[in-house]
Write a protein that binds this ligand. Structure first.
Ligand code: HEM
Length: 330
């Protein structure tokens, strides 16, 4: 037995012995009932369970706070419903959009010439952000709906293993998510400042609903700016509340912690729905779009139809550079 595991056993014993003399609030002997955890939790439905601990953190003496339990039950139900409505609702909207509009094609067809849209650093930042977000969203969703959706299908044991690994993934992948979030802000914030052009783009519905309509846009159109700011602000809110949940000692009182948890779950559900729409448009929904984040090069006709002003900017910069090379300094 290592020193650490001996200390851990000793600490467990001290806690168990202290709790075996509960401070009058619950009439359950936890040591006896501990053989059946479920029965213990049922029996403790209404009264808090407190004991005596010898460590400085007196809070550790409260094994179960019933107020928190009823809050968690209500919270679970509300978030369960909201998360399902957000995700399933968005999938339904996209399915309807696909049925009515179909895939958005390049009206003038592929030109065969390409233009660099995102360099390797931008693509690295995007895919780190995207892959970590997707795993964080799935492992987080599992905590909310896994017990009622995954457990009945795959069984308690599989659900337990999945959730244990999911929790580890959630806690550790939060860090590369935060780093890539900072990276995309540094790389793209300059292109996402709202301007007059965005109003025109919105007025024309971004050309998403009508064939042949292509409102002019620079590197990012109004729809993309909306995605960018949702990801940045939503991601920042998720990061802050997430760190508070990871370090409850920093979060303040139980009420503060509950507040962070509620915000974390609500923002996660809303952002997941928004990101599902983004993934649809960036992959199957729009011809030629994926290449921007795949190879980094997009077809020139795609670029002219969706980002005409950006193409002009790129071309004039290229021309200026060629002229400078062709005219040596005197
Ligand atoms: C498999 C999933 C995904 C695919 C296929 C995908 C695809 C794309 C594509 C093609 C672009 C460039 C669009 C253009 O050329 O203008 C893009 C941009 C972007 N992506 Fe993703 N993406 C995915 C997941 C995500 C996730 C999970 C996030 C954030 C959590 C994200 C955040 C962004 C942002 C902020 C931009 C820039 C703004 C925009 O174009 O909307 N992406 N993505």
């Amino acid at each position: 037995m290592t020193l650490f595991s001996r200390l851990l056993t000793a600490f467990g014993l001290v806690l168990a012995l202290s709790l075996s003399a509960p401070m009058a609030s619950a009439q359950v002997n936890p040591t006896e009932s501990a053989v059946n955890e479920d029965a213990l939790f049922q029996a403790l439905g209404t009264a808090p369970v407190s004991g005596r601990v010898t460590i400085p953190d007196a809070k550790a003496g409260t094994l179960i706070n019933t107020e928190n339990k009823s809050w968690a039950a209500l919270q679970g139900q509300t978030l369960h419903t909201l998360s399902i409505v957000a995700v399933v609702g968005m999938v339904a909207i996209l399915a309807l959009f696909y049925l009515l509009r179909g895939k958005i094609r390049i009206d003038s067809g592929f030109s065969g010439r390409t233009i660099l849209r995102f360099n390797a650093i931008e693509r690295f930042a995007h895919w780190t952000l995207a892959s970590t977000f997707i795993i964080l969203a799935l492992t987080g969703l599992n905590l909310i709906i896994g017990k009622s959706v995954i457990a009945p299908i795959f069984g308690e044991a599989a659900f337990g293993t999945l959730t244990a690994w999911g929790k580890i993934a959630h806690n550790y992948l939060a860090w590369p998510f935060m780093v890539s979030l900072v990276l995309i802000v540094l790389l793209w914030v300059i292109h996402n400042v709202p301007d007059k052009l965005d109003l025109e783009w919105i007025k024309q519905g971004g050309g998403l609903f009508k064939k042949g309509v292509h409102p002019p846009a620079r590197k990012f159109n109004a729809g993309q700016k909306l995605i960018f700011w949702s990801v940045v602000l939503g991601g920042a809110a998720l990061s802050y509340t997430g760190v508070m949940l990871m370090f409850p000692g920093e979060a303040g009182t139980a009420a503060d912690w509950q507040f962070y948890q509620t915000i974390h779950a609500l923002v996660a559900a809303a952002l997941s729905a928004i990101v599902i729409a983004h993934i649809y448009i960036g992959s199957v929904g729009m011809e030629g779009a994926f290449d921007a984040m795949g190879s980094g090069e997009v077809d020139e006709n795609w670029a002219k139809e969706h980002h005409a002003l950006w193409v002009e900017e790129v071309k004039s910069t290229q021309e200026r550079n060629t002229k400078q090379v062709a005219t040596p300094a005197e």
